[in-house]
Design a protein around this ligand. Structure first.
Ligand code: SF4
Ligand SMILES: [Zn+2]
Ligand SMILES: [Zn+2]
Length: 305
């Protein structure tokens, strides 16, 4: 991982404790030593969990892809005393999936954490690579929908009521910008780090890292010797969401803190959704869905036709 935060001059002082600083966070107009950065990071997650309002004794299923966000999320929730279990959805994407599983195994073993793996192939009959070959379209939105349903199924099957994902401030601000530009106002109103359970078969969803930028997550990972999977998914091809994040990064370079203000101004105005449309039952498997078929049955149908 890139060590890009040790380049401060020798006399740079930590904003909080006045010892030697090792890193600068322009969006907070602050420099920190190691201890004060960890304190800053913990405080951001504690504040997020206050907003999310999940009681401290509620067990949390943590969705772990093997990437930096999910491993950092798992680490910090344990550090803060939450009872957690990791869940990984094995998508069957060749070396990328193998290396992701290795990264999770290593991380969990070092910290003595419990985790479980569910295989996409067991539910759909095909790996994501096979699905990609068959449907020959951009795969990420299919993949996202299938992963979300499998996460929901697995979380409930494992006896958990809450699943946490590693979405960070950059993800959420990028998504908000995309929804505003696309005039998807129904999603703009849903910009919030907590989605209550809308159905007994669907767990509540939380985003405890929503106050933290990707740069801050990378620093935390490095300071805590967290080693995420280093290769990118070979099926990812220029996702549009990246472009919105890049646009916000350009603004952030000129106006540090603007990304955070942009996202938080919407979150402050919004409330967690408390009304849900009526679900149908999937005509094939009975799973709750707004459509005729759930995502898993829908993709199985497309693959068999
Ligand atoms: S990049 Fe796309 S295909 Fe790859 S794991 Fe992510 S969502 Fe799935
Ligand atoms: Zn300090
Ligand atoms: Zn179904």
């Amino acid at each position: 991982m890139e060590k890009n935060f040790h380049s401060l001059p020798k006399n740079a002082k930590c904003t909080r404790c006045k010892k030697q600083a090792i890193l600068r966070l322009p969006s907070h107009n602050a420099k920190f030593c190691r201890e004060c950065f960890i304190h800053f990071f913990e405080t951001a997650v504690i504040r997020a969990m206050k907003k999310i309002k999940v009681p401290k004794d509620t067990p949390i299923m943590v969705a772990v892809s093997g990437g930096k966000d999910s491993l950092v999320l798992w680490d910090i929730l344990n550090r803060l005393g939450y009872k957690t279990k990791g869940i990984h959805i094995d998508l069957g994407i060749d070396e990328f999936s193998q290396k992701s599983i290795e990264a999770i195994e290593k991380f969990a073993k070092q910290r003595n954490l419990e985790w479980i793996k569910y295989d996409l192939k067991d539910f759909v009959g095909h790996s994501m690579v096979e699905i990609h070959k068959k449907i020959r379209r951009k795969i990420c939105s299919f993949c996202g929908k299938l992963k979300r349903q499998l996460l929901d199924i697995a979380t409930v099957a494992e006896g958990f009521k809450v699943v946490a994902t590693g979405h960070n401030l950059d993800d959420e601000a990028g998504r908000l910008l995309g929804n505003l530009l696309g005039k998807r106002l129904q999603y703009v109103k849903k910009t919030y780090p907590y989605l209550p359970s809308p159905h007994p078969k669907i767990p509540a969803k939380i985003k405890p890292l929503y106050r933290l930028e990707i740069k801050e997550i990378l620093i935390y990972a490095e300071l805590n010797s967290i080693q995420p999977v280093e290769i990118d998914c070979p099926l990812s091809k220029g996702a549009t969401s990246r472009k919105f994040k890049m646009a916000l990064d350009l603004l952030e370079d000129q106006m540090p803190g603007i990304k955070r203000n942009f996202l938080f101004s919407y979150i402050e105005d919004n409330k967690p959704i408390d009304t849900f449309e009526n679900y149908n039952e999937c005509k094939i498997c009975g799973y709750p869905t707004y459509l005729e078929l759930c995502n898993l049955c829908n993709i199985k149908k497309q693959l068999s036709s």
